[in-house]
Design a protein around this ligand. Sequence first.
Ligand SMILES: NC(=O)c1ccc[n+]([C@@H]2O[C@H](COP(=O)([O-])OP(=O)(O)OC[C@H]3O[C@@H](n4cnc5c(N)ncnc54)[C@H](OP(=O)(O)O)[C@@H]3O)[C@@H](O)[C@H]2O)c1
Length: 298
Amino acid sequence: MRRDKHLVWNYPDAQALDVEGKRVAIIGGTGGIGRALSRHLALLGADVVVVGQTFRDAGVPGIAFIQADLSLMREAKRVAAELPTETLDMVIFTTGIFAAPERQETAEGIERDLAVSFLNRLVILHAIAPKLGTKRPSSSGKPRVFLMGYPGAGQVGKPDDLNAEKSYKVMPAHMNTVAGNEMLVLDAAKRYPNATFFGLNPGPIKTNIRDNLLGKNTLKSRVVEALIGLMMPSANVYAMRIAPLLLTPDIEGHSGAMFNNKGQAILPSRGLTDEHIRRFMAASQALVIRTGISDSAS
Ligand SMILES: NC(=O)c1ccc[n+]([C@@H]2O[C@H](COP(=O)([O-])OP(=O)(O)OC[C@H]3O[C@@H](n4cnc5c(N)ncnc54)[C@H](OP(=O)(O)O)[C@@H]3O)[C@@H](O)[C@H]2O)c1
């Protein structure tokens, strides 16, 4: 990953963080890193709504829940309609899985990793971006959208076989989601000047993200996650480290920027030209339309 030395932000004092009363939606905030972020931001005084399949924070002050299976684009569309979009200050996308050893397909005919880790984000983002934060006080700054993935790692994806119908391999399938999320940031930064969009690369963190690949609670999974747990920061430590970045005024004018696991700015992947992004987005929107729902940006 290449650092972007031109974009530097100052760590605000924890007490100086302007969080009280901020309205935040975390799509994928029921587990792993999204959950750590939702609990941390709620503790600091934010009003958080999390979207996921299983709510694990009932009774935690400041956290509300919308249940959804985001492998389905029609569910993504419903979530977009249910979110309090006009009053949101910030949206964080953390929903994700890892591609399975054999190709899995959703009831809507989409390769499952692509659906859960990328395509539903595109549907939700395109539906909410134009009216995001429009009913907040004008002094609040632009609303912010953070997309978590693995930006800056050089992945460009395969727009010609996005749904992995011609051939399926685990890593290329997952890399379509990695590339897609990075391109969604770059594309949205141009498409929606009313809001700001950022990519987050948390690096390896011990969570459930690899269950679909390694098998839940298998020996392989326990060994891999234990090693990651030993060597890398926990989801809670990462959440505390990254919260000041989410809130600092210093990134206001840098829509489209990406950040590594320490919150340092990194450069986008080489190869993500305007033409490549246009092709990838067109292929993604065509897949959404194939599921029978409309894409708000088409
Ligand atoms: N952990 C890492 O090593 C790592 C490394 C690089 C990038 N990332 C990125 O970080 C982000 C968060 O990953 P994580 O590690 O926190 O993963 P995680 O612990 O597996 O959490 C994933 C979240 O996605 C939700 N989710 C999964 N399938 C869903 C579905 N069908 N419908 C609705 N929600 C669903 C889960 O909700 P439920 O539990 O309620 O189903 C959970 O809230 C992802 O974008 C991932 O690509 C993680």
